[in-house]
Design a protein around this ligand. Structure first.
Ligand code: HAM
Length: 424
């Protein structure tokens, strides 16, 4: 039997849900824009190699990518995240050649991961993300983190925590990774199957094991902070001190290593504390990546960025009741018209109103006055405009304010001024 249902882990957005998605996009883009970011839009699919850069031991690359051969036998992948695609575009379009100290980009769009669908976890989901290329400074790291913080604050989200950690520069991370590897090899039998596989290529990810995070072997593992070299330590201290100075609350979480392999030094996540199955979920994750650009073409350009899960933000705002007064797509005017000539006039006035940004609807059929008022009940417009033969002959319309229930006769040439005055 044909299956005409949406694919598991995907959603249709319509009605208020699409308004919520757009609202978050608007708020986030606005703040990013004020922070000096410009928008970038990359394709939804890329050559698979682009995403293999994320680390061939990351779960995303090994298990979660939607990869297929196109008709030309090329391996194509639906983007599982934005960073690698933005790096590809940054290099391909030589965006570094603008001679500015930094290139600051933001994006909004769907991402695809073959994950097990559950609360807040989808196979198609939307991310709002930013990436900055060009410099590595603690001040920049903090400004990027603060931009995410401000977006969450502007959305009025409560009960989130910024978790932050340093996983050191490449050198410190290598030393730590080797030490962890030897440690875990001694406790091989106490690890889950996934972690056994991670030992060889990415022992850091074992710390992030979702199967048993109370495993004493994980809790007692060597700690990254004992392996940071002097410059990584200083860098991290500076990041924390700037956050303190700007009163950004945070928790240092030594277990935070993030699910992608490209990070160095600062990594962070914003986590939600909630009374339900979204408790502990990440609404934003990011960090600094000194090596990713190099892994594409050898250029030594550091980057930093983050991405927020838009569906998760929507879910949290639903739970926390944050939508009141934010999403409103009500009809401004419904024009009720009585005879065919009046309907033509209604259409003419509708075009005028739409030109002035009033959301306007008319009756296109020849339904009765009573039916048109029923339609008004359903559409709930702010104003009902009535046009009949008498109004036409006098060059006026009758406008009823749905809120005050008052009705006035308004000359055709004054309609726009009248409505604008009412809507202030
Ligand atoms: P990520 O931690 O994989 O990082 O994803 C960022 C955010 O996307 C998560 O915190 C979460 O809110 C959301 N998210 C991830 N997977 C799903 C899913 N299956 N369903 C719903 N939401 C999801 C990245 O993607 C990096 N590219 C972030 C970054 C940018 N790092 C540096 N620059």
């Amino acid at each position: 039997m044909a299956n005409y249902q949406k694919i598991k882990g995907t959603q249709d957005f319509f009605g208020t849900e699409i308004l919520k998605l757009r609202y978050i996009e608007k708020v986030a883009s606005n703040i990013a824009n004020n922070f000096g970011f410009n928008e970038i839009k990359t394709p939804i699919f890329e050559n698979t190699e682009v995403f293999v850069r994320l680390g061939d031991e990351s779960d995303i690359v090994t298990k979660e990518m939607y990869t297929f051969l196109d008709k030309g036998n090329r391996s194509i992948t639906l983007r599982p995240e934005g960073t690698a695609a933005v790096v590809r575009s940054y290099l391909e379009n030589k965006l570094y050649a603008n001679n500015l100290p930094l290139t600051k980009l933001y994006y909004f769009g769907p991402m695809f991961r073959y994950e097990r669908p559950q609360a807040g976890r989808y196979r198609e989901f939307h991310q709002f993300g930013v990436e900055v290329f060009g410099k590595s400074t603690a001040l920049l790291d903090c400004d990027v983190i603060i931009s995410a913080y401000q977006i969450l604050k502007k959305l009025k989200i409560d009960n989130f925590v910024l978790k932050i950690n340093s996983i050191g520069d490449y050198e410190s991370r290598k030393l730590y990774s080797d030490t962890l590897q030897s440690y875990f090899k001694e406790h091989l039998n106490d690890l889950c199957d996934d972690c056994k596989r991670r030992i060889e290529k990415n022992p850091l990810r074992i710390l992030d094991c979702k199967v048993d995070n109370n495993n004493p072997i994980l809790l007692n593992a060597p700690k990254i902070h004992d392996f940071l070299n002097q410059s990584s330590k200083q860098y991290f201290q500076e990041v924390l001190s700037i956050l303190n100075q700007f009163n950004i609350p945070y928790e240092v979480d030594e277990k935070l290593v993030r699910g992608l392999d490209y990070y160095t030094d600062t990594v962070f996540e914003f986590i939600i504390n909630s009374q339900d199955d979204l408790n502990g979920i990440a609404i934003c994750g990011g960090g600094k990546y000194a090596e990713l650009v190099k892994s594409f073409n050898g250029m030594d350009i550091p980057g930093i960025g983050y991405a927020m899960g838009v569906e998760r933000l929507i879910a949290i705002m639903d739970i926390q009741n944050k939508w009141d007064g934010l999403i409103n797509n009500d009809l401004d005017v419904l024009i009720i018209s009585l005879d065919y000539e009046s309907k033509l006039k209604a259409l003419e006035i509708a075009h005028l109103l739409r030109d002035h940004n009033f959301k306007t609807e008319i009756d296109y059929e020849n339904i009765t006055m009573k039916q048109q008022f029923k339609l008004a009940d359903k559409l709930n417009p702010k104003f009902i405009m009535i046009i009949g033969e008498e109004e036409r002959q006098n060059g006026v319309v009758s406008i009823k304010d749905s809120r005050t229930k008052t009705q006035e006769s308004v000359a055709n040439r004054d309609i726009i001024t009248y409505l604008k005055g009412k809507l202030i």
